[in-house]
Every structure is written in C-alpha cells, then in structure tokens.
Ligand binder design. Structure first.
Ligand SMILES: Cc1cc2nc3c(=O)[nH]c(=O)nc-3n(C[C@H](O)[C@H](O)[C@H](O)COP(=O)(O)OP(=O)(O)OC[C@H]3O[C@@H](n4cnc5c(N)ncnc54)[C@H](O)[C@@H]3O)c2cc1C
Ligand code: FES
Ligand code: FES
Length: 1406
C-alpha cells in the first residue's frame, strides 16, 4: 500500500499506481531508488524478466511498457530494460512481462510458440527478453507487420550466448511483413519472366557461385543475395514445379523445398523459417491476446508526483515552471528520463542522489516543432522518437534541407539497442557530456543551438560547439535545465555526415565518432570549393572537440587531393592523444580521425556529383568504396542433415525438453527460487590489489552497519580454508597474502543485498604491495610457472628433421591470443540452506555439483554425505561454472553455517567477470621446417598460458592445447612444450574447447604463414598436409575413422571455393577501401576427459506404476540439450515416449564438460535401460500386445525392482601420455567470406558454410544449434571479444584490474554479427563405432568452436588485399582477437603512416 504521504503527494487525490500484466498495484513507498526489475522480481515474484547485467547491455530484463498520451489518448508501446528503469518512472503505465502473454497451462503466445518450435532457446536465460522485444515490436507496429530488417534491428539490444541467433531470427521472421503486391498474378508472372536477370543482380552482392550443393540441397546462391532462405530461382530453372512466392520477402524463391526430404540421399534440407514442415504448424493455442490497456489508465490524467524516500525522493513535475522551481530548490538533483546514465552512475560509480526529478511529463521538454529554419527537439524527446522524426522529416522535406536529420537518424541506428533508445532521451545524452557521445559531434558540426532555462535567470541559447567545457562538464548552472535543441536545416550543397567506429557495430559505445559538415560552393570559373567545414570528433579527448586546424585547412580550398592532403596534415595536429591516455588504442584512434576525414570529403564530393551533374569528383573511381554505405540484408540459413524414419525417436530433430517453460519465463534458475524464510543476502569482500601482504583486516565498521548479521573472514572458517579442484593451492579467504584483484577476503551477510554490498565495501584492509606478475611475458621474465605442471609431447626426431636436406625452409615466430569471457547470461548464483544436524542443501548454478558438495563439506568440516547440491538448470556455463563457481558457493556456506540461516549469493555481472576467470590467454613461440611446396617436416613449439593465481584446471587445459597443436596436419616430427604461467590475475579456467582452440590457433597461424612463404593459397597447403585415415597423431593416437578430408572437401569442393576465390579477387581489384576475404579452416577435436578417472558416469532410471519414467543422471542441463538427448536414448531403449530427466541423485558425478556428457550419461542411462528391459522381458512375453504401463504394473505386482542404476566408464582410454587419450575425435571444416572496411576495421560475414562430423546425430536440431552457437562463440573469441587488464600494455588501467567487466565494455557477437548466409551440414554416413550405446553419435559441444576462426582468416585475407594496394607484400603478424583496431592498423596505408609503422602490433592483454 502507498503511504499516506505518498497518496497525498501524488496529487489530486490520485494514488501512485502501476499496472502489471493487467493487474493494478499501488506503488510501494520510499522506493525512489528501486528499479522496475527489482520490483517485478522481488515484490511481485515475476521472475520471467532476468537480471543478466543490470546495465542495459544484455536485454534479459526486457519488458513491454504501454502508456496513453494524455493529450491525444493514443497508446504508445515500447520495450525497455527493466534493470535501468526506475520503478517510479512507470507510474500510471502498464507493464507487460513474459508471464503476461502466455504460459504452459493456458497456452503459449505465438511468439513464444514459434521460438520454442524453432529451437531458438537453449539455456533459456535470454529467452524471455527476446520474446518481449519481439512482442513489443509487433505491438508497436500493429496493425502493420514489421519487415525482416526491422526484426533484425530490433534485436540489437538482446544478447544470446548459446544459439548463434540464427534460429531466433528464423523464428521471428515468421511474423515479418508480407509484400502483398508480390502475390498478384502479374507480379509473380513478371518475377518469373525476369528471374534470371534479377537473380543475377542479387547474386552480384555476394559474388559467389551457384554451386550444386551436396546433391540434395537447393542450389547455393550469392553470399548476400538470394531468396529468403538463401535459395532462389536457380534450382527451379526449367522445372515444371510452380514458382513459389516467399511469405517473408514477397519474392519468388525456393523456400518451399526447405524441410523436404531428398529420398535419394536421405538428407533433409532445413531452411527453418516460414517452414511449418520442420516444426509443425503454429498451434495457436492462444492467439496473440496480451492484456488490454487498462481502462483506468486511459481515463486518467497524469498527476504531479512527489514521493519521499529515505534514500531518494522522486518528483515528477508537469510544467516547466514547476521543474525550474524544483531544480532551484534542489540544485544537486538529477533529472531523469531514461536513467541510462544516472542508473549506471549509481550502480557502478557509487553515486548517491537524494533527489531525482523525472522529466518525462513536462510538455515543453517533449515538444517537437518544425519551423522554416529547422527543427526544435525538446530535451526529453526519446532517442527512438528523435530517430523516427528525423526519418519522417527526411522523407517529407526537400532533400537538401535534411542532411543533418539523415545523419542523426543514421547515427542513432547504431546507438545502443532499441530498449535503451526507447527510454533514453536527447537531453540526457547532451548534458552527460560524455566524450564519446554519439550525438554531440553532430550537434556541434551541424551548428545546433541549445536552449537552457533557470528560475530567475530566464532562458538563454548556447551554440552546441560552446556548450561542452571539459570532461563531463557543460555550460549549465546548477539551477538550470536544458529545454530544447534546435537543429538548423541544411542548405543546398551543404552536407552533414556522421561517423562512428566501435568494437562492435550493434549496441556499442564509440571508440571514435565524428560529425562533419561541408558547405560547398561554386566560384567564378565554375570550380567548386569548400566554403565552410565544421568537423567535430568524439573519443579523442576528454570532451568532444572541434578540429579547428583541419577546418581552417579546408575552408576556401578546392575539393581535390591537395586539399585532402593538407587537411590530413592538420588533423594530426588537432587530434593528439597521449600515449597513456585512458582507452588506449592511440594509433588507431588517430588513424580513425584521419580516415573519417578522408571519407567525409570523398562523400561530400560524391553527393555533389548527384546534386550538380556537371561536377565530377576528382578522386579515383576505386575510391568510391571508401564511402560505400553499410548494407546488410536479412540473414538466412540452411541446414542439411540425414533423415531417419518418422517412427524413430533417436535422430529426430526433437526440440529442447524445457523450451516451452523457457519461452514463458517459468523455467527456474537459482535466483528465481523463492527464498526460504529468514534468508540473508551475501556479498564478498574482495582484494583491490593484485599482489600484496595483508597487514590488517578491520571488519568492525562493516559489522555495525544497518542490516548486517555477520562479517566472516578466514578465522571464521570451521573446516579447511585450502581449496582447489586438483590441488589445494587456493584459500577460500586469504589469510596473509592476496594474489589477485578480486581475491576473496571474507563475506558479509545482511538483510538485503544492498546492505551486504555496502558493508563489504566498508571492510577496511591495509596492504603492503608486492611485485605483481600480470602477463605471460612478465611471467617468463620472472620465471613464474606452475612447476611440474607443464607437460610436453614429442614425436619423431625434431633436430634431425630440421637438419635434413629436405628441410628447405625454416621460419621462427611468435603469436599471441587474448582470453575470452564466458559471458553465460546467468551470473553465478547459490542459495545455501542449513538443515537439521549440520546438513546443508545448496541450490547452485554449477556444471559440477560434485565439486560444490566437496568444497562445502571441506570448508565446513563436515562429511560429504551431509551436503546435497541441487542444480535444475544453468543459464549457460561454457566451462565457466565447472570449478570457479564452487568457491562462491562455499563462501556462502560460511554465514549459513554460523547464523543457521539460508544464505543467498548472486554475483553482479561485473563482479562475476572480474573474479571468476576466463579462457586462458596463450602465446606460442615456434620454429617450423617445411619444403618449398609447403610440406611440413618439423615443428618445435613452446606454448605459454596465463593461468592466473591458482592452478585450477590449467595443466589439463595446457595438455589439451598440446594435443591439438597439430590441428589436422601431419607433422613428421614435433616437439611441443607447455608452460603454465603463474600470474596475479584471477585463476583462468575451462572454456569451451579447453585449450584445444588455442593449440589449433597457433598451428593455423603457422600454416597460413607457410602458405604465404611458399606462395601458395593457404587451402592448398592445408590440404597437402592434412591427415589421412590411419595416420598417427603426435600424441600417439591412431586416427581411425578420420573424417578431416571428407569435411574439408565437402565445404570446399561442393561450394565452389576456387570460383569464389576468383570473384573475391575481382571484387578487390575494383574496390580500394572495401576488401573481401575468403578462407577455409578445418578442425579436429578429441573427446574424453584427458584425466582418465573423470570418464565415468552414472544414471538412475525409475519406472513408476503409471508407466512414466524418471531418468536421473549426473549431467547438468545448461542449454546444450543434454536432458533431451538422454531422454531420447531412454525413450528409444524402452520403446516409450520422451520422459522427464533430472540431476540431483547420482553421486560423484564428473563435471558436465569436455563435450562427453551425452556420450557418458546417455550410455549410463542405456545401461540402466538394459537392466530394466531384462527384468521386464518375461512380462512382455507373458503379456503380448499389452502396453508399457500394463507390463510395468504386472512386474510391480510381482515385486520386480523397477529402478536401475546404470554405469558407464569410457573403455580403453589412457588419459594424457598414453596412446589413446581420446575415445574418438570429431572433425569439421568451415569456409567464411567477409567484407572489410579497410579504413575503419568494420566488417561483416557475407557467408559461412560449415560441415561438421557429429557421427550419427542423436538429435540434428540440437546438434545444429551447438554447431551454430559454437561457431559464433569462436568467431567472437577470434574477432570481436577483447579482455583488457591493467598490465604492462595497459597502464591506464589499475594494475591487475579487469577493465572490460560488463556488456558495456566487453562485446560478444550480436544477431547483427552472424553470417548473412549461414549454412550448416551434418556430415552424412559417418557413424561412430566407439559409441554404440548412444547410437553411434558423436559429441558436439566443443568441436565446432574453432570453426569460428574461419572469419579471422578471411579477415586476414582481406587485409592482405588492402596491404597489397598500399604496396605492402608478404606475410604479416595478426594477433587475436582481430578487433577493428588490429584490422585497421594491419591495413596500413597513407592514412595510418603518420601514426604507426605497418608492422605495428596493437597492445594486447595476454
Ligand atoms: C547500454 C547502453 C548503451 C549506450 N549506448 C550509447 C551509445 O551508443 N551512444 C551514446 O552516445 N550513448 C550511449 N549510452 C549512454 C546513454 O544512453 C545516453 O547518453 C542517453 O541519451 C542518456 O539519456 P537518459 O535519458 O537515459 O539520461 P539520464 O540518465 O536520465 O540523465 C543523464 C544526465 O543528464 C541530465 N539531464 C537529463 N535531462 C536534462 C535536462 N533536460 N537538463 C539538464 N540536465 C539533464 C541528468 O541530470 C543526468 O545527469 C548508452 C547507455 C547504455 C546504458
Ligand atoms: S539485465 Fe537489463 S539489460 Fe542486462
Ligand atoms: S539460450 Fe540465449 S543465452 Fe542461452
């Protein structure tokens, strides 16, 4: 209930209310600081919206908000991030969460149903956010349907780490607009008639061949063109089959063949979207009936709000006058519209604002007025509205007037994601004065004017270029507010252009951005010159700057190469960045400033060509590619897999068993569990130093803080403080020395999470700093290794091979690769509940419940059997929750033990990233010998990994790296030595591939270098050296059933690689600044834990008397479809439908890792089924024709045990060091084609073809999902994701601290990054003879990951093309990840030359 003050303060006797899913709620008092998400999840128990990051960067918390315009009554629907939205900001509105639109009992909403059926949900943590983004789009566009482009763009703010996005996009495109005009008879006839030529044009975009596919697939078309499914008229040519119009694009295409079975080959081609065949028709169990807009809210006039609170008072004025009075009364108050800046300041910068003023309801601030001079935008106009208005005006007004408006709309396209743009406003962006604001450079360049007002001082106008005074400092007195922004229209021959380069195109803040205005005029003699230039840069100084010298160098000069040259000289003076400047990337940032200028002038010149036909641009034609607009058609995919007969359950594309719950938001994760009575919230006390002696820990002040129940340090641990998954070299809480930033020193338990965090921060620790080793190079220098844990592999006589006559070439070199954050969407979470007699039940998000059980038992000093660990599902793991979740859980057990109360701990995203470790950064130093043809002879390799401050699993990760450093190539002699470096970073850990990708990457870098050296295409050198059946790998295992060459040939030969290579070369010859690259990468991956004893698994199968079955096994479901696959095995073996699966009763379970879980738990379950079948056999014989239930009942009445424990131990394996470390190996290959902007490092993947060996697939949909998800994650590792640590290379970051610790700074791929044309083939006729119990299937979780690096090598090829144009020949070193910085600097040219030599190696944390 609202407090009396609140009801009074709400004004006009009106209560402060909110509707959620059609239900009315009085807003709670004193909640000015509370987010909408906390309220939904905490107060209302609606846990569908998830907390993935708390900073607006992941979209897991997306909800739909509807409100009525008080003036017109019109309804507005928009998606927002509930994590950043203040609760009071949605007063008087209607919030719809995923629970409000459908559920498994009453029926799913069509969006939910489509997503579940299209396999668009793996771990499910991101799923409700995607559903709500889509529902919001449909609602806001209704009655129109969105286009495919709009659907893709709409998902820019939603991250998924599992699926690779393709199935999500496919699912949602079923709701895309149908071009009704294309359905007319005439349109179809015309389209058919012109099919050949129009399709050829479409193909031109991708420039690839129309290859024959695998004989069953529809013909493959251009990489970026074609029909909706990547299929088109080619295969239909001359056929009598009627042409079909795609329901999505409205264009004729072949998507009708998708989902069809080719009887000859037994292959199913699945194009998934629009294809009812694969997933069945929509059930329409619940048509799109979302809660209606509450009539009360329609009638209601908004009232002024004045809601007091102990932490924060919230005001909502309704007039400008009242706002100014409030601001005069509370000069330190923050104004809030989207809260996307203020919310971040409060959460991450520890700011406290006692007064917040919501300015969403002040009419003057919301007005948009157009006059004959330009447009006035009120400061509370949201970015979405600003964008829409700019687009609408650009369509309506004469083109010459709207150059600025078009630039603003285009810049906003890449500004955050839609939920942020829907909430955030123009004024917040201006007044925050961020040096990387995307809009401020445009306002400054375009000559915008800001109107500000204050009580008593009236209104004044300030030019945008004079408004910014310093770092986040503006010309605004404390009592003043920004009222509006005036944007003048442009005149004829006046051009405004926006620029932005970020790490990632979608939803990322700029590295450098710019706004440029060029006014061109014709002078006597008919020549054109630059009358005026206005150039503003962001990201190059503490504030947005005008490039005055550059502007002067341009003004009054002709448009020609000399002027350009002079301006480029001047920009070097305008843009000076100190070597140690925050943000780093100094050479790149300066080069970008020059590149943008280059583009800006070229672009204006080209605009003038259109507007003044007599004018001809003086720049070469091939330079036109410098300003080619970024275009990305909607993506599409094709999947090919072998069909199995319809009655079989194994081999069918059965969907994820929990998909329905996941799309409804009812699937429960640890933080969704309702807390038991008396539960306390915990926060860790963490070291702020990388290496230091602890002189004193003072907990007194923290313990005395409100709500705190206890502060615990090492002395309070009842059992052992020493922990570790292999050796006990970690302390749960540090005693005398801390060895990394984030090292736990203790834990606080309090009534609320906020209190616990505040108290943890108040624990005073005195340190004496010790020297810290932060990277591999420093570790080598200091000799800092985990001695005895770095193994080696030797095969053949390496010295003799190097010395041999045959060894014509020898190369030596080094390659580095950074780490990778797991970025599972669900952060680590645990609830520890004490039971009777020292029992502990832990609900944990872990891949290894066994380890949690052991850790808790150890630190509490109790036997293991007293600890039960329950793990229902994970919101992603990828290796990150194998060992590094256990110390978090064990820490929470300490207060639970002392206070005998349940203790909950959920790490914030930034905390999780900063303390739980990542994929290891690696360095390889090599010497390789080979013939002039490129035939391999010898490799001498030293691999170094940055293991961090404890051993964790680093030695096994290094072992696997060693066993994969041959990739798929035969090295007659090889010596590889692993070095596990001890550093003062948090312990690095398992991550999909477990060192394998790092080993293979070093090898591929070497292969690529050899190919350049011998002057042959890389794919030829790779094929020359590829393993054959029966070859023996350097680690001693004979490669039986080697599918490396089959996969390779499938992706190369059948997709016309050679032809495409020629087309790429042709493209590159014609485009100086926009280069394409094509590359193929193979992979081989060993399946088994290389620690032998871990290769065991148990399963329990219980049959109940009603004929239902429960399978319990030791594996954890984290999205990979393990439960579904095991259930398929059981259903097949017992001859029954799919049944339930659980994980909590099988002891001593190995981690769910190493990709082997389906093999092992499937086989263990099959063993249990075998026993049960033996017991039921006599009853089947005795009761022919009876149902399973009847047979079961008969057995039960006969007192037959209907529960069986199955067990499986992988046979004949040796572990590391023996000649069969792996049960078997998986193979695969991928070809990717990319396009790179050589001036900025921006890129996109035009097309990828993958062929993956998964044996005889147990479930093709799940396997394809793993292949796509693994590929995209591998592409992220190698091309997008960069961890920046405070180390020798990044001295602007505090030593040992992780700078990139949230989605704001650490970028994983979005839907916009996946290949435009994404094709996956599961290799046919490749059953695995080592896995009879799981129907000859192979593992799939980790093997495809490495194929993502095909994008890296394609990008490198594109760089070679750019370098060749700049006269740079030969191999160059490109470390990983290939971020825009590394790519741009690799494309060395005249623009980068003043700032860096061509061989520059950008800084890397390694
Ligand atoms: C995930 C994410 C992505 C982002 N991406 C981008 C991006 O791509 N590009 C970019 O430039 N920015 C980006 N931002 C920053 C931010 O979203 C924008 O700056 C946004 O426009 C801020 O608007 P807001 O309404 O949310 O501001 P709020 O947080 O509500 O307010 C911000 C500040 O402005 C002040 N203020 C607001 N209105 C007025 C007024 N009328 N008069 C005086 N002061 C006022 C407030 O007092 C406050 O200090 C991103 C932020 C997030 C969280
Ligand atoms: S939790 Fe809100 S965007 Fe990530
Ligand atoms: S399914 Fe998207 S994050 Fe797991």
């Amino acid at each position: 209930m609202g407090s009396p003050e609140q009801q009074e303060a709400a004004g006009a006797g009106q209560e402060a209310i909110l509707y959620v899913n059609g239900k009315r709620h009085l807003l709670p008092p004193g909640a000015g600081h509370v987010s909408l998400l906390s309220y939904l999840r905490g107060d209302l128990g609606l846990t569908g919206a998830k907390l993935g990051c708390g900073e607006g960067g992941c979209g897991a918390c997306t909800v739909l908000v509807s409100s009525a315009d008080p003036a017109t009554g019109a309804l507005h629907h928009r998606s927002i991030n509930a994590c950043l939205c203040p609760l009071y900001a949605v007063e008087g509105m209607h919030v719809i969460t995923v629970e409000g639109i459908g559920n498994t009992r009453d029926g799913l909403h069509p969006v939910q149903e489509r997503l579940a059926k299209a396999h668009g949900s793996q771990c499910g943590f991101c799923t409700p956010g995607f559903v709500m983004s889509m529902v919001a789009l449909l609602r806001s566009k209704a009655p129109e349907a969105p286009t495919e482009e709009e659907i893709e763009e709409n998902l820019a703010g939603n991250l998924c780490r599992c699926t690779g996005y393709r199935p999500i996009l496919d699912a949602f495109k079923a709701f895309a607009k149908v071009d009704a005009a294309a359905y007319t008879e005439e349109a179809i006839a015309a389209s058919k008639a012109g099919n050949g030529s129009s399709q050829a044009a479409a193909d031109g975009g991708g420039g690839s061949s129309a290859a024959a596919g695998n004989g069953t697939a529809p013909a493959a078309n251009g990489s970026a063109g074609g029909g909706c499914c990547g299929t088109n008229g080619h295969s239909n040519g001359g056929s009598s089959k009627p042409q079909r119009v795609c329901p999505s694009t409205g264009r004729p295409c072949d998507c009708s063949v998708a989902g069809e079975l080719d009887a000859a080959s037994g292959t199913v081609t699945s194009a998934s979207k629009h294809k009812e065949a694969a997933y069945g028709p929509l059930m329409h169990t619940r048509p799109a009936v979302e809660p209606i807009f509450p009539p009360e809210l329609r009638r209601r006039q908004p009232a002024e709000l004045a809601l007091p609170g102990p932490r924060c008072a919230w005001y909502r004025p309704l007039t400008l006058e009242r706002l100014l009075a409030l601001k005069a009364e509370h000069p330190d108050a923050r104004l809030v519209v989207g809260n996307t800046e203020v919310g971040i300041e409060i959460k991450f910068k520890g700011q406290r604002y006692p007064v917040l003023i919501g300015v969403t309801h002040v009419p003057e601030l919301n007005a948009i007025e157009v006059d004959d001079q330009g447009v006035h935008f009120g400061s509370s106009v949201t970015l979405s509205r600003l964008m829409d208005t700019c687009k609408q005006l650009s369509a309506r007004l004469p083109a010459h007037q709207t150059s600025t408006l078009r630039a603003v709309a285009e810049q906003l396209r890449w500004f955050a994601g839609p939920p942020i743009r829907n909430g955030a406003a123009l004024g917040g962006n201006v007044c925050t004065a961020s040096p990387i604001s995307d809009l401020n450079p445009l306002w400054m360049a375009a000559g915008a004017q800001f109107t500000v007002a204050g009580q008593g001082t009236g209104q004044r106008t300030v030019a945008a270029r004079d408004f910014f005074l310093g770092y986040r400092k503006v010309d605004l007195a404390l009592h003043e507010v920004l009222v509006k922004v005036f944007v003048p229209f442009t005149r004829r021959h006046e051009y405004v252009k926006e620029f932005k380069q970020a790490h990632r195109r979608d939803d990322d803040i700029a590295i450098v951005n710019a706004g440029m205005r060029f006014r061109l005029e014709q002078v006597a003699g008919g020549e054109w010159q630059i009358a005026e230039a206005a150039i503003a840069y962001g990201g190059v100084a503490p504030l947005t700057i005008m490039a005055h010298k550059t502007m002067a160098a341009l003004a009054g000069r002709p448009i020609d190469a000399a002027t350009l040259e002079a301006a480029l000289q001047a920009v070097q003076e305008d843009v000076q960045i100190a070597a140690n400047a925050p943000g780093g990337m100094v050479e790149f940032r300066r080069s970008l400033a020059a590149s943008f200028l280059f583009k800006g002038l070229l672009w204006s010149s080209q605009q003038l060509e259109t507007d003044a036909p007599a004018y001809a641009s003086p720049f070469p034609d091939s330079y036109r590619s410098a300003v080619q607009p970024y275009e990305r058609p909607p993506s599409h995919g094709l999947q090919y897999y072998s069909a199995v007969p319809g009655e079989e359950i194994v081999g069918q594309p059965v969907r994820h068993m929990a998909a329905d719950q996941q799309v409804c938001g009812s699937a429960q994760y640890v933080d969704d569990i309702k807390l038991p009575a008396g539960a306390l919230h915990c926060a860790l006390v963490l070291s702020t130093r990388p290496h230091a002696r602890i002189l004193r820990i003072d907990t007194a002040a923290a313990a005395a803080m409100p709500g705190v129940h206890g502060v615990y340090t090492a002395k309070d641990i009842p059992g052992g403080n020493d922990i570790g998954p292999v050796i006990h070299d970690e302390e749960l809480f540090a005693t005398s020395v801390v060895t990394c930033v984030g090292h736990p020193l203790g834990i606080v338990a309090a009534d609320t999470e906020e209190q616990a965090r505040a108290a943890a921060a108040a624990v005073a620790v005195e340190y004496e700093d010790l020297p810290a080793v932060l990277d591999i190079v420093a570790a080598i220098a200091a000799g800092s290794y985990y001695e005895g844990w770095g193994h080696s592999i030797t095969s053949g006589d390496v010295e003799a091979a190097f010395a041999s006559q045959e060894c014509e070439c020898v190369l030596e070199g080094e390659t580095k690769m950074g780490g990778q954050e797991h970025f599972y969407l669900e952060p680590n979470a645990s609830i520890v509940v004490p039971g009777e007699a020292d029992e502990m039940i832990s609900y944990s998000s872990t891949q290894c419940p066994d380890k949690h059980q052991r850790y808790i038992a150890r630190v509490l000093g109790i036997p293991q059997h007293k600890v039960v660990v329950r793990t229902k599902r994970l919101g992603g793991g990828f290796g990150g929750k194998e060992t590094r979740s256990a110390f978090v859980n064990a820490a929470a057990a300490i207060p639970a033990w002392h206070l005998r109360r349940p203790a909950r701990i959920v790490l914030d995203r930034d905390e999780d990233m900063a303390i739980t470790g990542q994929r290891h950064a690696f360095m390889g130093r090599y010497k390789v010998g080979f013939t002039k043809e490129g035939r391999l002879l010898a490799l001498d390799l030293n691999l170094y990994c940055n293991a961090g401050n404890s051993l964790d699993l680093s030695h096994s990760i290094m072992d696997r790296a060693l066993m994969h450093c041959d990739c798929v190539y035969r090295f007659p002699a090889l010596r590889a030595q692993g070095h596990v470096c001890r550093t003062n970073l948090p312990s690095h850990t398992a991550f999909r591939g477990f060192g394998g990708p790092q080993g293979m990457m070093v090898c591929e870098q070497i292969m690529e270098r050899i190919a350049r050296h011998v002057g042959r295409p890389a794919h030829e050198v790779k094929a020359l050296n590829m393993y054959h059946e029966g070859d023996v790998a350097p680690f001693g295992q004979r490669l039986d059933g080697c599918q490396a060459r089959r996969c390779w040939e499938e992706v190369l030969a059948s997709r016309g690689f050679q032809q495409r290579l020629t087309e790429v070369q042709q493209h590159n010859a014609a485009h100086r600044w926009r280069k394409r690259g094509l590359a193929a990468v193979p992979t081989k991956f060993g399946i088994s834990f290389t620690t032998k004893f871990l290769n065991q698994a148990g399963a329990l199968v219980h049959i109940y008397t009603d004929g239902t079955v429960l399978v319990t096994h030791g594996g954890v479901e984290m999205g990979q479809g393990l439960h579904t696959k095991v259930a398929q095995v059981v259903a097949h073996d017992l001859g029954i439908p799919l049944q339930s699966t659980a994980t909590d009763k099988v002891p001593n379970a190995s981690p769910t890792a190493a990709s082997a879980s389906s093999d092992m738990y499937g086989a263990a379950a099959a063993d249990a089924c075998r026993q049960l079948k033996e017991r039921l056999g006599p009853y089947y014989e005795r009761l022919p024709g009876k149902s399973f239930q009847e047979v079961v009942m008969a057995a039960y009445l006969d007192r037959v045990d209907l529960s069986a424990h199955g067990f499986y131990a992988t046979p004949d394996i040796t572990g590391f060091g023996g000649d069969r470390p792996f049960n078997y190996l998986c193979y695969g290959a991928a070809v990717s084609e990319v396009e790179l902007d050589a001036l900025t490092g921006d890129w996109q993947v035009l097309r990828t073809d993958i062929c993956m060996d998964v044996g005889k697939s147990l479930n093709p949909s799940i396997d394809i999902g793993q292949v796509e998800g693994g590929f995209v994650q591998g592409m992220g590792w190698s091309c997008i994701e960069e961890l920046v640590w405070g180390d020798a290379q990044h001295t602007w970051v505090r030593p040992g601290q992780l700078f990139t610790r949230g989605p704001g700074t650490y970028k994983i791929p979005t839907a916009n990054d996946i290949p435009v044309d994404f094709r996956v083939t599961l290799l046919r006729n490749a059953p695995c003879d080592r896995t009879p119990m799981v129907h000859s299937s192979k593992a799939v979780g980790e093997p495809p990951f490495f194929l993502g690096t095909s994008v890296f090598y394609a990008l490198k090829e594109a760089c070679y093309a750019a370098r060749a144009d700049a006269g740079l020949a030969g191999w160059f070193r490109l470390d990983l990840p290939a971020t825009p910085e590394r790519l741009r600097m690799a494309c060395a040219d005249q623009l980068t030359a003043p700032f860096a030599p061509p061989e520059l190696l950008p800084k890397i944390s390694c």
